[in-house]
Design a protein around this ligand. Structure first.
Ligand code: F6R
Length: 263
């Protein structure tokens, strides 16, 4: 697990965008599978990718996008459904084929069947080239809450009250936050060739410290990334400030290398 610390969320966003752009540049004509988180953490990265598309001509024609998760039980077209969020924040502003923006289908009558279909779709598409992740204040990745099985695939999951409280800011009222979701599992997520997790702000400090410096345990789902062969955590100073073993608090490492590969 590589840990890089940047001064602020915008700089974190540029580092994540470097990783995505690096995968697109390395594609050489083959499809590039991008794994996309939603929520607030990747917003600066997505804004940076939109800027590079607009100002620098970065092309996403080779890209296929796969979301991590989706709420269950939202009415069709709800503005906080992750399929809508990713279109608004990112894909509507890129030259990606809209038919290649995939998400688990939270509107299906049979959610378990929707989960199985999504897992099959991912398996058929081949490995995710770059998986962008955020982290919950309780250490979740995707919606794999503490205690999620290490060997899990895409499935129906129940949100903890902690996560529902955290996400109430998107819905206005806690009562409107769904209780159930479809989420890629820890096995699905860690099958990606490369993982880039972005965390910013003091609210993520404890979760980041547990995930990076603590033991590998499904009680802190993000800690399983310690075992991933190519995982980078991109942190701002606030999110990194609780690290004691891996990076002394406040260290800002050098500029990213070409293609966003920090190794
Ligand atoms: C969302 C997702 C979640 C979020 C996490 C952090 O697709 O997979 O794991 O990344 O809840 O959310 P923010 O970034 O809003 O703090």
């Amino acid at each position: 697990m590589d840990v890089v610390v940047r001064p602020d969320p915008a700089a974190c966003g540029r580092a994540v965008a470097d990783a995505v752009a690096g995968a697109l540049a390395a594609a050489a004509g083959r499809p590039v599978n991008l794994g996309l988180a939603t929520g607030s953490s990747p917003v600066p990265a997505y804004a940076e990718l939109v800027r590079r598309r607009r100002d620098e001509g970065l092309s996403f024609r080779a890209a296929r996008a796969f979301l991590l998760d989706e709420y269950l039980g939202l009415p069709a077209g709800h503005p906080e459904s992750y399929r809508r969020v990713i279109r608004r924040e990112l894909t509507d502003h890129l030259d990606i084929d809209p038919g290649e923006v995939h998400a688990p289908d939270g509107a299906r009558a049979h959610p378990a069947a929707a989960a199985a279909d999504y897992e099959r779709l991912l398996a058929a598409a081949g490995p995710i080239d770059v998986q962008v992740l955020g982290i919950g204040t309780n250490g979740h990745i995707g919606f794999n809450e503490p205690g999620s099985p290490r060997d899990s695939g895409t499935r129906v999951a129940t949100l903890t009250e902690r996560t529902r409280l955290d996400n109430a800011r998107f819905f206005g009222r806690l009562d409107d936050v769904p209780r159930h979701v479809l989420t890629q599992g820890l096995r699905t997520i860690t099958a990606a060739r490369r993982v880039v997790l972005v965390a910013t702000g003091p609210g993520k400090r404890a979760a980041v410290a547990a995930a990076v410096d603590g033991p590998v345990t499904t009680a802190v789902p993000a800690s399983v990334l310690q075992e991933h062969p190519h995982c980078t955590l991109v942190l701002d100073r606030d999110a990194a400030a609780g690290l004691t073993r891996t990076v002394p608090a406040g260290v800002v490492s050098g500029p990213s290398r070409a293609g966003g590969d920090y190794r």
